[in-house]
Design a protein around this ligand. Structure first.
Ligand code: PLP
Length: 406
């Protein structure tokens, strides 16, 4: 259940309060979790300045995950669309196939430092669950992943993958039996086992310090991209485009450019199969501010504050809320948010596959769909970076059902 608050301004919180992005963010949790969140915040503040911790994380990001990822000039796609130069940030080349491993390694090392050897996580499509199970195997932790039974049915292969990696996958049968119900269950577990357990949250969502901490573990994407584009083009990009589920890959690539006011940020939400509530997951199109799962942000909800059903062809974008920092970037006009439909994302997959030989995840294909709409109207001297947050192998089954190829 969400607490509906119609206007962000009604919570007039100064913007420099930790964990707040304007009025958004915060820590709306039961008292039983406050001590754990405070401990996590304290430890996280310490490791930010700890050279040993940072060196170990850098080593794993390089030699285990495969960083830095390339920034690739998409020459044939650029020529085909006939406008701005298009560069792809290749997070799809990371170990486990998406950006999620950046955050899992960071939080895994943090849990180790806090002496917590049991990790719990939620997962929707299974990508965050797989990345979490991977890091738990690497660091020798017990791992429990909560997953809605409906998602387990749809993503059988990822359930097996997690089990192969040694994780226990617990089926959640409440509510819509999908991601938000899995998060509720993970929070319930955490309340009970907080002394031994770290909750490894998978996006820039939840109570403070998660949105800030998860962003920081992903900001390396933008740090690399900034240096890479300066080297390749001798200037900053005109625009950066990324898909937005919870918003971690998007804020990860945006953040290092936030003071470069001339660099436009475009976040792409799931437009799904239509405009009606229940047919999409575009929180900025049909949503309004409210509290869900620990944080105050835009939500898809009905007039009573009940969470609406969502739909997207891409499971990673199919969530009723969005990271609070994105709500702030939207309200202040620093970022623009648009939506791409299921059909547009599928079409973008085919185009990227055939022009560049890269099959993107359906999530990332939403960003590519916006590239297709926007870059032909831009100048040839403009430069666009699109974040390819993950690879499409996991989605081949859905693509095969939805695309008729001759
Ligand atoms: C999980 C996922 C997303 C959505 O999550 P964000 O936190 O919005 O980045 C996007 N792309 C891929 C490939 C994913 O696995």
């Amino acid at each position: 259940m969400a607490t509906a608050v119609t206007k962000a301004k009604q919570l007039s919180v100064p913007r420099d309060v930790p964990g707040r992005f304007g009025a958004y963010g915060g820590r709306f949790v039961p008292e039983t979790l406050m001590a754990a969140l405070e401990e996590l915040e304290r430890e996280y503040e310490k490791v930010k300045r700890d050279k040993q911790f940072q060196a170990r994380l850098t080593e794993l990001l390089r030699n285990y995950a495969g960083r830095p990822t390339p920034l690739f000039f998409a020459g044939r796609l650029t020529k085909k669309l006939g406008g701005a130069k298009i560069y792809l940030k290749r997070e799809d080349l990371l170990h486990t196939g998406a950006h999620k491993i950046n955050n899992c390694l960071g939080q895994g090392l943090l849990a180790e430092r806090m002496g917590k050897r049991r990790i719990i996580a939620e997962t929707g499509a299974g990508q965050h669950g797989v990345a979490t199970a991977t890091v738990c195997a690497l660091l020798g932790f017990d791992c429990v992943v909560y997953m809605g039974s409906e998602d387990m049915r749809r993503q059988e292969l990822n359930v097996f993958r997690m089990r192969l990696l040694g994780a226990e996958v617990r089926s959640v049968n409440s509510g819509s039996r999908t991601l938000k119900d899995a998060i509720n269950e993970a929070m319930r577990d955490w309340v009970t086992n907080v002394r031994t357990t770290h909750y490894l949250l998978g996006s820039v969502l939840g109570a403070h310090p998660y949105p800030t901490m998860v962003r920081d573990f992903h900001k390396i994407i933008g740090c690399e991209a900034r240096a890479q584009i300066l080297k390749a083009e001798g200037k900053l990009p005109t625009a950066i485009i990324a898909c937005v589920g919870g918003g971690s890959n998007a804020i990860g690539i945006f953040f290092e450019f936030i003071k470069d006011k001339k660099v436009k940020f475009i976040g792409v939400e799931a437009g799904g199969r239509g405009e009606a509530l229940g047919d999409h997951a575009a929180r900025f199109r049909g949503g309004s501010p409210g509290v869900l799962q620990g944080t105050y942000s835009y939500l898809l909800q009905d007039a009573a504050g009940q969470i609406a059903a969502t739909h997207s062809v891409s499971a990673g974008l199919d969530y009723p809320s969005i990271g609070p920092e994105h709500a702030w970037l939207k309200d202040t006009g620093r970022a623009e948010y648009v939506a791409a439909s299921d059909a547009e994302a599928l079409e973008a997959c085919t185009l990227l596959a055939r022009t560049e030989g890269i099959i993107p995840a359906l999530e990332s294909a939403h960003a590519v769909a916006e590239v297709i709409k926007r870059t032909p109207r831009m100048k040839k001297s403009d430069v666009v970076i699109v974040n390819i947050s993950g690879r499409g192998d996991k989605d081949i089954g859905i693509m095969r059902e939805s695309l008729e190829l001759e």
